[in-house]
Design a protein around this ligand. Sequence first.
Ligand SMILES: Cc1cc2nc3c(=O)[nH]c(=O)nc-3n(C[C@H](O)[C@H](O)[C@H](O)COP(=O)(O)OP(=O)(O)OC[C@H]3O[C@@H](n4cnc5c(N)ncnc54)[C@H](O)[C@@H]3O)c2cc1C
Ligand code: FES
Length: 367
Amino acid sequence: MLEMAIGVVSLSGLTAFLALLLEWADSYFADYGECHISINGGEKVLTVQGGGKLLGTLMDNGIFVPSACGGRGSCGLCKVKVLEGGGPILPTETPYMEPQEIENKVRLSCQIKVRNDLVIEIPEELFLIKEYQTRVAAIRELTHNIKEITLKLVDPPEITFKPGQFIQLEVPEYAESPEPVYRAYSMCSAASRPTEVKLVITRVEKGIATTYIHDYLKEGDPVTINGPYGEFYLRDTDREILMIATGSGLAPLMSLLHQMADEGIQRKATLFFGVRAKKDLFYRDELEAFRQKLPDFDYVLVLSSPDPEDQWDGETGLVTDAVERRFNDLSEMEAYLCGNPFMIDAAVKLFTSKGIPEERIYYDKFG
Ligand SMILES: Cc1cc2nc3c(=O)[nH]c(=O)nc-3n(C[C@H](O)[C@H](O)[C@H](O)COP(=O)(O)OP(=O)(O)OC[C@H]3O[C@@H](n4cnc5c(N)ncnc54)[C@H](O)[C@@H]3O)c2cc1C
Ligand code: FES
C-alpha cells in the first residue's frame, strides 16, 4: 500500500516537473512570431508578438479583461469567447465553466497562450475600461488587519463607475514578488467624487498584494489601477433592500449607501455587517451617519465570536442567523451580498429558501 502511494506521489511529481520543464523550454525556445487577434468580428485587430497569455497580451494592448487572481486560473473572471485558434479547452479551465459556456467556446483568457491567429469576442463594454495612474493620498488603519487606501486620480484625472463595482490594482515587482500582479478591490467611495477612489483592504497571511499594500505602500506612492468592472450595483427598483457584508465586503455596500444618500433614494434598506469580534468592526461612525441621513436605513452589527472583554449585548453568531432572527418573509426583497464565499453560499441558500428568487440576489465573492 505504502509502495503504491509512493509510486503515485512520484508519478504526479514527475508529471508536474515535466509540465514545468515544457513550459520553461517553450518560453525560451519557441518563437511564435507575429500573431493577429481579431476582436468582435474585426471591430479591432491586434498585431502582437506570440508567446504570451491572451489575458496579458490584451492588457498590453489596452484591453482590460476582469481578473481577480492575477492570471493564476483561480478566480474564473477572465472569460472571453475564443471562436478560432484557441485549441482544446484545458483541464485548468473546466472547473470554472458551465457546460453551456464550453459549448459556446468560452475560455479563461489567462490560460490560453497566443500561439497563432485568434478570433475572439469580448463584451463591448470592456473597450471602455481604462488604465489610471493614481497617487496614494491617505492610508488609514481601520482595524488591526484592515486599511483604507485613498487613491487620488492623476491621469486620467477622473473615473466614472457604478457604485458597487471594483478595480484591478497593480502591485509592482517587490521583495515578495518577482513580477507585477493584479488583484481586484471594490470601491467604497462615492461615485459622485470621481477624482478619488477609496479601497478597504484586509491583510491576507502571506498574500502577495495585501502584504505589499499593508507593509510597503506609503502615502505619495504611485499606483496603477484599471477598471471599472463588475455587475454588482444597485438595481433601479422600489424593492426593499437587504444587504449583508462580512469584513472588507462592507466596501462596495458603503458605495451603494453613498449613492442612496447622494441621489435621495429613500428605499427601505437593512445592512447586516458581520465580523468576528469587536476589534474587527470599522466604519461605525460612517454607518451611524448613514442611519441619520437615510430615512429608512438601518444596520445590524453581528459578532460571530466576541472576545470576553467585548461586553457585547448585540447580535452574535453567523450573520445569516441574525437575518433569519429578524426577518421571516424575504420574498419581496432584493439582496446585495459581499464578503467571504462561505457566507455568500450560506446566504444564497437561506434567501432562496425564504422566497427571494436567485436572480434578485446580487453578490461579489472575495475569496
Ligand atoms: C470582485 C472582487 C472584489 C474584491 N474586493 C476586495 C476588497 O474590496 N477588499 C479586499 O480586501 N479584498 C477584495 N477582494 C479579494 C482580493 O482580490 C484578493 O484576492 C485578496 O486581497 C488577496 O490577495 P493577495 O495577493 O494578498 O493574496 P494571494 O497571494 O492571492 O493569496 C495568498 C493565499 O491566501 C489565500 N487567500 C486569498 N484571498 C483570501 C482571503 N480573502 N481570505 C483568506 N485567504 C485568502 C489564497 O488562496 C492563497 O493561498 C476582492 C475579490 C474579488 C473577486
Ligand atoms: S485571471 Fe483569474 S482565472 Fe483567469
